[in-house]
Design a protein around this ligand. Sequence first.
Ligand SMILES: [Zn+2]
Ligand SMILES: [Zn+2]
Length: 380
Amino acid sequence: MSEDFYDILGVSRDASEEEIQEAYRKKAREYHPDVSDDPDAEEKFKQVKKAKEVLTDEEKRRAYDQMGHERFEQAEKRGGFDGGGGRGGRGDPFGGGFNMEDIFDQFFGGGRRRRRDSNRPRQGQDLKTTLEIDLEEAYEGAEKQVTIRRPETCPDCSGNGHPPDADSQTCPECNGRGQVTQVQQTPMGRVQQTTTCRRCGGEGTLYEETCSTCGGDGVVRNEATLTVEIPAGIQDGQTLRMEREGAPGENGGPNGDLLIDVSIRDHPEFERDGDDLNRREPISFPQAVFGDTIEVPTLDGDIEFEIPSGTQSGETFRLEGKGMPHLRRRGHGDLYVTVQVYTPEELNSEQREALEAFAEASDEEISVDEGFFEKLKNSI
Ligand SMILES: [Zn+2]
Ligand SMILES: [Zn+2]
């Protein structure tokens, strides 16, 4: 494909704006990435769009004609024009209405406001929603449903905002051009500004009737229920993107995306730290002293764990690979089990005697508080 904007659209250098618009519509349909099989469709589509943007804007087209393709592109990359072809004919410092916001929109898709201010295809807005899941679901991965209210192209007017058979007339404000040019005298010189026609919203046509279903917006809000794949190992606060499930595009542009912020509910038994899990496990004094084999719950079912003899309260053991799965790669984090030696708050007489004997055998003298004996009596 040629680099020259006229060649890209296949029009002559003195083509009228209508001819350019017409050529653009044809090319845009041909190369629209949603319909074209051409592997380079997206790139070509962008070029076509760009060519039309420049050539349908009086000021930009004049600059383009003066500077030629290469210098125009360079000037644009620098973010504006400086001197306009060296002929000194461009007296105003504002670059003749070549508006930075426009350039920005064009390159970074910033033009996502819902305004029918041109015929160029626009991507629809991204939509956002939230989803709360359990730790178990984050562990296993899950399929969840989300219900959103999503703007959709009005079915009764196909998004045009007026009934198909509505009477129409050419917009008298802009004479059908969709744009109006204002010239202002400022202390810096003459400034010419081209803006979208407010009366017709850039369409160039006025319709006698508005669509009663959407009130002329071209958009209705419908409830949509979608199935979301939650990947195993997802983190709290992570955002999932469902491509093309957002608001509809305009003028044949693609839909926006749906962004889902996922939060994970606190779990009563496990605390998550990245891909590791922490858990507290109560054990008795004799278990700590003699050691024991206990059942420890994991998110993958109970496992047997051997407590070594002489374990201290507060000691932490690592169970390798028993934590959360790593997101989109193999393996798991670890499970850290912190044991806590459980101190009985009440004793029966047998237990008391055994403990007293234990203290005596350890040469310990214990002055027991009266309240404790009261408690003991009550529990016997
Ligand atoms: Zn108008
Ligand atoms: Zn409608």
